[in-house]
Design a binder for this molecule. Structure first.
Ligand SMILES: [Zn+2]
Length: 454
């Protein structure tokens, strides 16, 4: 209702603003309207986390999934296990850059962020990864692994074979101690334990893990993982928390009461909902904001994939396969921001904006009432708001050219800006255009050999 200038930090002179007297009747479609942030691969300082929470609030998301531990860094202070941050929060280098990297949040900082989020009606769901993606933790405490180490905090991206030993009671003692401290910091009812991408190579050769499989008649390593998650689920439940895990927690049998975050497609979510478990939909196909949002050769380096704005907008979180009763188990959806290729928070902003706004409509509005053209029109005024709030964002590309076009006859190319007030610049030498390049004012006549970049 207010013009975008309201977002400016400095006072705007000579304008009088008024808000019409209105009644707004609205309600979100889903209770889980989430955005995620991985601070393990690249750390985000407290100031940025607050800015991110502000952004979520502006676009009426209500859940912030904070991914706090990874192979490449443990990011939360645990008083009982100080080496988790002394050793586990630092890595020697990143992808061969010879530069040490690190960072973590003290418990005081976590409390400050939780309070900040609460004041803005955002619930934080912490994630402490297990049994996989735990290399930073077992580097600090190698006795929690199958082999005993030594290890080094991850310096490359990917999935590592060294994970928590599932046959060792020390592992469970450690995790319960850690969870106890983390539970004390986050008042929300959901608690994420990861559970994804846990290779079984070490468990297959570990006498302790094999003894556990035998003793508990588990039969195989998948069911050992299920045993692991079920023990943690019982502990969380005893503390009044509900466990959330990535869809791999379905393998080997789902822990009772567990909520599934379906990421490798929607199949895991469908299976879980059919078994009367709650589900959050975050399939890579529509929800992975680390994927490219445009043609890769014109975009900053990303992990891969292709997830343009209209695909996010087009997402339907409730799969057709579910009955209306089963559909009630779909709590909502979430955009995931994995930061392997986001070395700084400016890049996080770029990957999130404007896709976050599309995700917001996905979780607020019924599919039948969504209209992409209308969304694009309404999106226009938000670009100014991003600028005033000092957010980096992806500038939409001109319409009319497509990703790539090969032309063999003399022709005219007509371009249109997707934003009314924006200008289009182009050049013919194959280099990136700037504001000093030719400004588009009329259709471009092509009668010679050129590579046109806009
Ligand atoms: Zn083991």
């Amino acid at each position: 209702m207010l013009p975008s200038e309201v977002e400016k930090h400095e006072q705007v002179e000579g304008i009088s603003w008024s808000i019409p007297c209105v009644t707004i009747e609205d309600k979100p479609r889903f209770t889980w309207r989430g955005m995620h942030l991985d601070v393990g691969r690249h750390f985000a300082p407290v100031e940025f986390v607050k800015k991110y929470i502000d952004l979520l609030t502006s676009y009426k998301m209500n859940t912030f999934h904070w991914h706090l531990t990874e192979d490449q860094g443990w990011r939360i202070e645990i008083k009982k296990y100080p080496k988790l941050t002394e050793i586990g929060s630092k890595r020697r280098e990143t992808m061969g850059d010879s530069t040490p990297y690190g960072g973590f949040y003290t418990q005081e900082e976590i409390k400050e962020v939780v309070k900040y989020a609460k004041e803005r009606f955002i619930t934080i769901v912490p994630e402490i990864e297990m049994p996989g993606h735990s290399l930073a933790a077992i580097t600090a405490y190698p006795e929690l692994s199958c082999t005993g180490g030594p290890f080094e905090v991850g310096t490359t991206w990917g999935v590592f074979e060294d994970v928590y030993c599932a046959g060792n009671e020390k592992t469970f003692k450690f995790l319960k101690d850690v969870l106890k401290e983390v539970i004390g910091l986050f008042p929300g009812k959901f608690f994420h334990i990861g559970g994804d991408e846990c290779p079984k190579a070490r468990w297959k050769k570990c006498p302790k893990c094999q003894a556990r499989i035998k003793k508990n008649k588990l039969g195989n390593e998948h069911r050992l993982q299920s045993y692991f998650v079920q023990r943690i689920e019982r502990f969380l439940r005893s503390k009044g928390k509900r466990l959330v895990g990535w869809d791999e927690i379905l393998e080997g049998g789902l822990a009772p009461g567990a909520t599934v975050m379906s990421w490798r497609g929607t199949e895991g979510g469908i299976a879980a909902a059919k078994a009367n478990h709650d589900v959050i939909m975050t399939p890579t196909s529509h929800c992975y904001f680390d994927y490219y949002q445009g043609v890769p050769e014109y975009e900053p380096k990303a992990i891969g994939g292709f997830l343009p704005l209209d695909t996010v907008y087009d997402f339907e979180p409730v799969p057709k396969e579910l009955t209306s009763k089963q559909s009630k188990h779909i709590l909502g959806a979430q955009g995931n921001v994995w930061t392997e290729w986001m070395p700084n928070t400016r890049q996080v902003e770029y990957m999130v904006l404007p896709r976050l706004l599309a995700m917001s409509e996905v979780v607020w509005t019924a599919k039948s009432q969504r209209n992409y053209d209308d969304f694009i029109k309404r999106l226009e005024q938000h670009y100014d708001r991003f600028v005033y709030r000092d957010f980096n964002f992806r500038v939409p590309t001109p319409l009319g050219l497509g990703a790539k076009r090969y032309i063999f006859e003399p022709t005219e190319i007509e371009l249109r800006s997707p934003v009314t007030s924006a200008s289009i610049f182009y050049r013919f030498d194959g280099l990136d255009p700037t504001e000093e390049s030719i400004e588009y004012t009329k259709p471009i006549r092509i009668a010679d050999d050129y590579t046109l970049k806009k």
